[in-house]
Design a protein around this ligand. Structure first.
Ligand SMILES: Cc1cc2nc3c(=O)[nH]c(=O)nc-3n(C[C@H](O)[C@H](O)[C@H](O)COP(=O)(O)OP(=O)(O)OC[C@H]3O[C@@H](n4cnc5c(N)ncnc54)[C@H](O)[C@@H]3O)c2cc1C
Length: 474
């Protein structure tokens, strides 16, 4: 006989109905399903833009759930306490969720699983956020991968869970538990003047994510490999924000990418490889959680990075370094909550090498500003550029931001899109930066362009000297 006691589907980073193993497992019980989001201390601690974007995603997902006869129940508080309350209010017998892989979430979830089991409640966690569970990929010697290419070779031919369609409807419980109002979580509170501007650049929800994947495969995949490094070209999938909040599954990108590859689309394999960089980032974070907070290569602890930041950090954050490519990128970040991958590399290199500021300062700023913030990809990206990470770019390869501008933005389109100063009729995107920036920054579009904060040769030589000193100290 079917159990009529409801099942709680604890929603975290899986705001989707398709390809969702946690939801499928909940539906498979045959019991009424209670979709529950808990605004717990881990989500309270998110940076301004990720928290804001999560709020947009939750609002959209509440509407999506109505479309299948269900509801999104919202609660705030310690996750275990809330789960216990909702279990007792509803008489639910099971809790199912999709796994997270960062150390704080793992510790929370492990504790919750133990406690629920002790209460005789079935607690089940599923995959769904990743193509391959991090512990299932190992070197021939049984260890963790530290280099991307062997990781790619180890996974590229593995089978990936098939796609599943959205359920036609979700069985509702006889009585719904109470829900908080999303507005009471004030998830936009730290955005100040930027909220409405950033929102215009967000692509929120499963339906739009699926449309975007179609668009990418139809119009961009063929030239992805050659065009993906040019920030003014619409060449990449722009799906990172949807992947971050689980509005689309990596499985869908994988299967559709494989189909495109089989159909002879030139850029498809390269796209699959990028999707696997995300997997590699999670593999590393799971195997070495310290990658989030400290140098992955301990020899970098001896490097003379400035951890205080001060004026130099502030100028970098505000897009006031005096270098066009760096400033355009920092303003793109502030206005859209996103930044092109090439620009992420250049801004990170400028911070960690020319300015010799610690990568953690940059990582934290990105964690505050990115709507696609992902703990694993952000940490790997920063440590890769800084030279302190696994499979990292050598430190002595220092990007020249002007050279990069000439190579990857030869017509200056990207720079014009984001830098208003000096333009007779700046585009709205460039002006929006001044509308979004806090008034306390004291910036004006009609001001003169600032002078470079450090000479490129001087910054490069200082960084290389510090690098030599670090090596000789060992
Ligand atoms: C310093 C730095 C910080 C970064 N921080 C983040 C972050 O917080 N969140 C984030 O999603 N990505 C981050 N990246 C990786 C990358 O810049 C973005 O994933 C990419 O720009 C997203 O654009 P897209 O969706 O159009 O990517 P596409 O080129 O279309 O790639 C498809 C997907 O593959 C994955 N991917 C692509 N490149 C990478 C990469 N280098 N590392 C890991 N996954 C990748 C992403 O999920 C992406 O959506 C960072 C990179 C650097 C250098």
């Amino acid at each position: 006989m079917t159990d009529t006691r409801p099942v709680i589907w604890w929603i975290r980073r899986d705001l989707r109905l398709r390809d969702n193993p946690a939801l499928s497992a909940a539906v498979a019980t045959g019991a009424p399903v209670i979709p529950l989001y808990i605004h717990d201390p881990l989500d309270e601690a998110l940076g301004a833009a990720p928290k804001f974007r999560l709020g947009l995603g939750l609002a959209r997902f509440a509407t999506t759930l109505k479309g299948v006869g269900s509801r999104l129940i919202l609660r705030r508080g310690d996750a275990l306490e809330v789960l216990e309350q909702v279990l007792s209010e509803t008489g639910a017998a099971r809790v199912i969720w999709s796994r997270a892989y960062d150390p704080q979430a793992i510790s929370r979830d492990t504790q919750i699983k133990e406690r629920l089991k002790a209460l005789d409640i079935e607690a089940k966690s599923t995959g769904g956020h990743l193509l391959f569970e991090p512990w299932t990929v190992a070197t021939k010697a049984g260890g963790a991968f530290k280099v991307y290419t062997p990781f790619w070779k180890a996974v590229r031919d593995r089978s990936v869970a098939p796609l599943s369609d959205r359920p036609a409807s979700l069985r509702a419980p006889a009585a719904w538990p109470q829900s908080a109002e999303l507005e009471t979580f004030a998830m936009d509170a730290a955005m100040h003047r930027g909220a409405d501007i950033v929102a215009q650049h967000c692509r929120v929800g499963e339906d739009l994510a699926l449309d975007q994947l179609d668009l990418f495969l139809e119009e961009r995949a063929a030239t992805y490999k050659t065009d993906r490094d040019f920030p003014a070209r619409a060449a990449t999938s722009e799906l990172s924000e949807n992947l971050a909040w689980g509005e689309i599954s990596p499985h869908r990108l994988w299967h559709r990418g494989l189909a495109a590859q089989d159909a002879g689309t030139p850029g498809a394999e390269h796209f699959l490889k990028e999707v696997v960089w995300r997997e590699f980032a999670y593999h590393l974070m799971f195997q070495s959680p310290g990658i989030l907070t400290r140098n992955w290569r301990p020899e970098w602890d001896a490097f003379a990075w400035d951890e205080t930041g001060g004026q130099a950090l502030s100028r970098w954050q505000k897009g006031q370094t005096g270098y066009d490519f760096v400033d355009a990128a920092m303003r793109e970040l502030y206005v859209t909550g996103k930044m092109h991958n090439r620009a992420r590399m250049i801004t990170a290199s400028f911070l960690t090498k020319h300015l010799m500021l610690h990568w953690k300062l940059g990582l934290n700023w990105f964690a505050d500003c990115l709507v696609d913030w992902d703990p694993a990809a952000n940490a790997l990206g920063w440590q890769w550029v800084a030279g302190s990470g696994p499979d990292a770019a050598p430190f002595f390869r220092i990007f020249n931001p002007d050279g990069q501008r000439d190579k990857f933005d030869p017509k200056g389109s990207y720079v014009r899109q984001w830098l208003a100063e000096g333009q007779a009729a700046p585009p709205q995107t460039a002006l929006d930066f001044f509308a979004a920036a806090p008034q306390s920054w004291g910036l004006s579009a009609s001001a003169n362009r600032c002078e470079p904060m450090i000479g490129l040769k001087e910054g490069r030589e200082r960084a290389l000297l510090a690098y030599e000193n670090r090596k000789s100290a060992q």
